[in-house]
Design a protein around this ligand. Sequence first.
Ligand SMILES: [Zn+2]
Length: 496
Amino acid sequence: MQTLYYNGRFWSGENWLNETAGILVNGNRIESLLSKEALNHTMQRHDLHMIDLNQQNMYPGFWESHIHIWKLGNLMRSIVDLRSCNSVNEICEALQLWREQHPDAKWIVGRGFNEALFDNHTMPVADDFGKLGDGINIFIVRTCAHIAVVNAAALRQLEKYVDALPPGGKMGRDALGRYNGRLYETALNVVYNMLPKMSDDVYMQDILVAQDSLWQEGYRYATDPSVSQRLFRAFENLNRQSSLKLHIELIPDALDESGSPMNFLQEPYSDRKLSARFVKFFADGGLSGKTAALSRNYKNDDGRGWLRMTDDLFLNSAMRFASRGFGLATHAIGDLAIEQTLKVYRKIRKHFGYDILLRIEHLGLPSETHLQEIYKLGIKVVSQPVFITELGKNFLQYLDDTYLRQCYPFKSMLDHGIDLAFSSDAPVVKDFSIQGAIKAAALREVPGWGIMQPSEALSAEDVYKAYTLNGAIAHGYETFRGKLEKNYEANFSITQ
Ligand SMILES: [Zn+2]
C-alpha cells in the first residue's frame, strides 16, 4: 500500500520545497513529490494510507555522522558519568556513590571530566583518590577520551607495562619524575585490557539504550566512528536479531592497540541495517586536552601535542586498506595532524583516483591552504558545532588569537565548497540534539566567556543540510539517501 504525507513543510536535503504539498511513498522508496493540484487529485484516491503532518516539518532522515553509540549507552547504563563535576572533590563523591551501589566491583570506571570547569584548572592525579581507600581500582577518562587518570592501586599494576606501552602512548610524571597516574592516548588501552571482560550481552544492552535515545532525537542513521572487533560483533548480533531501528555505519579502527592492521573484515561490509565502508585512523588527540598536534605551542605552554602515527605507518596502512576498497576516515584536529592527513590522502588520490571515499573527522584548525586542498581532493568533513558550546572554554584558554580565528571555521569550509556533515561526537559532549547544533553553529557562543569568531556562523538551513544530504554524502550514499526526491529511501525525520 502507498502512503501519502501532506499538510507539512518539506526539506529537500538542501532547501525548503515551497512548491511541494505532499509526498507519496511506495514501500521504502519515495514515489513522487506532489504539487498542490496533484495532491488534491491524489487525495480523491481510496487506496492510500494518509498521514496528516499537522504543519510539522519533514526531512530526509537525520544522520548523526560521528557518535560513539556504544560508549554513549555505556555511560548512560554502566559507568560513572563525570561530565557535570566541577572539582576533583565532586569526582570523588560521584565515584564513592557508585561504589556504595556496587559493593562487589573491583574497578570503578568513570568518564567525562573536564578540568577547564574546575577552579584550579588542574587535572586530577593518582593521589587525589586516596580518600576512597586502596581496596579498589579507579580509572577515569577525560571528556575527550584521549586522557585518563588512575588511582595508586591501578597505577601499581600499570607500572609493569611502562616499557611495553603501545606506540603513541604516554604516562604523565610529577615534578620529581614519578608517574602521577595520568595516561595519554594509546596508554589508555593498557587499562582497557586490564578491566574485567564485559559480556556480549552488556555491549548489546548498552547499544540498545543509546539507539533509543538517538531515535527519540529524530535520528534515522548513525555512525559509530571507532569500533573494535568485539563491538562489531555486538552490532552484528543485534542486526541479526532485527533489533536495529537505525541504519548504522560502523567504522572499525584501522590499527589495533599494538599498531597492527584490522583484519576481521577483508572488504567493506553491508547487511540489512549495518554497514562498514570505512576504516578509522587517529592522526592526533583532542584540543580540549592539548593532545591535538599543532605546528606551534599551546598558549602559555611549552607543549604542542603530538602525532599518533609516523608518516610511514599511516601511509602504508592507508594504502593497504584503500587497495581492499575501504574508505578512510581520519581523526585530525590540530593543523599539524591535518597536514599529515593531507599528505597521505594526496597519495591515495594519486594511486587510486577518486573512487576511494575520504573523510576527515573534526577538522579543528585548518588553514586557508588546507581548506583549498580538502575541496580539491574531494575530502568530506564531519565536524561538531556543539564543541564550541561545551568545550569552547578549553579552546579560549589553550589557543592563541591566530589559532582561535581558524578554530572550527564552518562558514569558511562551506565557502570553499567543502561537503560538511555535522554530528556531536557524544559522549564527548552531552548535547547531541540538532537544535543544540543549530544554536552552537549560529551563535558560536561559549557560555559565560563570549563569542568565538562570529564571521564563521551558519544558518539553521546550513545545519539541516549538514544533518541530511551532507550526512549521506559523507558516507557515499547520496544517490539514494539524504534527499526528498523520487526513488530515494523513504526514511524520514518529522519535527515540530
Ligand atoms: Zn569521536
